[in-house]
Design a protein. Structure first.
Length: 203
C-alpha cells in the first residue's frame, strides 16, 4: 500500500526502486539530489521482492530489507518506504509498479529515479516504452558508467551528483569481513543489522 505523509497534494512524485540490500547513505543522497533537482514533493522507496534483473538474488529477507528502509527514512522528510512490490506476487517489474502508482496518484507527474548502471540497460527491461509513458527518468551518475548515446529518444535527465563506487554489494562485503560500516549506513540500520546478524555469512 502506498501511503501519503502529508495532507498537501502530491504533484511531482519520485519513484526509487531497488533491493536495498542493505540501504546505504548513497541511496539517501541520490534521492535527496533527485528530489531537489526535479522539485519532487515526495519520493517513494519501492522495495523489490523478486527483481527479474538481479541475477545473484538477495541476502536479507524482503521484510528485513523493508524494515531497514523504513528505519533509514524515519528522519528523512517527504520520503517513504513502499511495499507495493512485496505485497504483489511474481517478479517485480517496474512497468507494473508504475501502473499501480499511477492508479493511486492519478494527478501526480511521476519521475523514475535510476542509477546510470540501470539506465544503460533500460531498453532490455519489460515494456520500456510503456515505462517512459508513465514516468520521466531521473538518471544518477555512477562511477564507471557513461550516459548512453541513445536511450529511447533521450527521455531522461541527468541529476547532478558526484559519482560513487559505494554499492550494497560492497557494504555486505565489509560487514562480512567485520569492517566498520557506520560511515556508510544510517545508525539505526547499523543497529538493526547487528541485532539480526544479517550478512555475517555473505560470500
Amino acid at each position: 500500500m502506498v501511503t501519503q505523509s502529508s495532507s498537501e497534494p502530491i504533484r511531482r512524485l519520485g519513484v526509487f526502486g531497488g533491493t536495498f540490500d542493505p540501504i546505504h547513505c548513497a541511496h539517501l543522497a541520490m534521492a535527496r539530489a533527485a528530489k531537489e533537482f526535479a522539485r519532487l514533493d515526495q519520493v517513494l522507496f519501492v522495495v523489490s521482492a523478486h527483481p527479474p534483473h538481479k541475477k545473484d538474488g538477495t541476502s536479507a529477507t524482503p521484510e528485513q530489507r523493508y524494515e531497514m528502509v523504513r528505519i533509514a527514512l524515519a528522519q528523512e522528510p517527504h520520503m517513504e518506504p513502499c511495499r507495493l512490490e512485496l505485497d504483489r506476487p511474481g517478479p517485480s517489474y517496474t512497468v507494473d509498479t508504475l501502473a499501480k502508482i499511477r492508479e493511486q496518484y492519478p494527478a501526480a507527474e511521476l519521475f523514475l529515479i535510476l542509477g546510470m548502471d540501470s539506465l544503460v540497460d533500460l531498453e532490455k527491461w519489460r515494456k520500456p516504452e510503456e515505462i517512459l509513458r508513465f514516468a520521466r527518468i531521473l538518471a544518477i551518475p555512477r562511477l564507471g558508467y557513461v550516459p548512453p548515446e541513445k536511450v529511447l529518444d533521450h527521455s531522461y535527465d541527468i541529476v547532478p551528483f558526484p559519482e560513487t563506487s559505494l554499492s550494497s554489494t560492497e557494504v555486505r562485503r565489509r560487514i562480512a569481513c567485520g569492517e566498520d560500516v557506520s560511515a556508510v549506513i544510517p545508525p539505526g540500520v547499523v543497529n538493526y543489522i547487528k541485532q539480526n546478524a544479517i550478512y555475517k555469512n555473505h560470500d
